[in-house]
Design a protein around this ligand. Structure first.
Ligand SMILES: [Zn+2]
Length: 197
């Protein structure tokens, strides 16, 4: 008697739980069937991902899917590829932005992240675009590089790791830093709306 009542007690909630679960499962299946009627079988999980992607179209999104080397070879020209992927240095004075005085923002050529504001650009006389500060603290990353006889601070895009240039301590106030960048690793976007100033 004792064990029987125990079994009843244990079975009841279990069977109730199963019914509940199968009901939910059925609901899920019906929902999926409805969706697959309109746009194919795998629509449900795919739609979720697409929504996420379109929402994160904003400048500093969390998720970044790096481009493949093959994709970059197609998209970038040779110097852009060599600079950003192989840390090459473009020739001084023979580059797009060393003498660019327009107002705007310099973006990463690979992942489009904003890197430098023209307000922090200064005339360095080096023949490369030079800035005393990045647009945001976490826009760029640093690494010590020993390609020369002395160690240098390499600067790269923090998001996609594209090589940008080097950092030196002989810049102007207020930072005293000189971000010596390659034009080939950047894309300048001119500020047009603020021309009233
Ligand atoms: Zn980047």
């Amino acid at each position: 008697m004792h064990s029987r009542s125990w079994r009843f007690g244990a079975l009841r909630p279990l069977s109730f739980g199963l019914v509940g679960a199968s009901g939910l499962l059925l609901g899920g299946l019906v929902l999926r069937a409805d969706e697959s009627n309109s746009s194919g079988r795998s629509s449900a999980p795919l739609e979720v991902t697409q929504e996420d992607a379109s929402e994160s179209d904003k400048p500093l999104e969390e998720e970044y899917v790096p481009a493949t080397k093959a994709e970059l070879r197609r998209r970038l020209n040779r110097i852009q590829y060599d600079v950003t992927q192989n840390a090459a240095t473009e020739p001084a004075f023979r580059n797009a932005y060393w003498n660019n005085k327009k107002n705007g923002v310099y973006h990463c050529i690979v992942c489009d992240q904003a890197l430098f504001d023209s307000k922090t650009k200064f005339k360095s006389g080096t023949g490369w675009p030079s800035f005393y500060l990045p647009i945001a603290k976490d826009a760029v990353g640093y690494q010590t590089d020993y390609k020369m006889l002395y160690p240098r601070t390499e600067v790269h895009c923090k998001r996609c790791e594209a090589h940008l240039g080097h950092l030196f301590d002989d810049g102007p106030a207020p930072t005293g830093k000189r971000f010596c960048m390659n034009s080939a690793s950047m894309k300048f976007i001119e500020e047009k709306s603020e021309s009233k100033k």
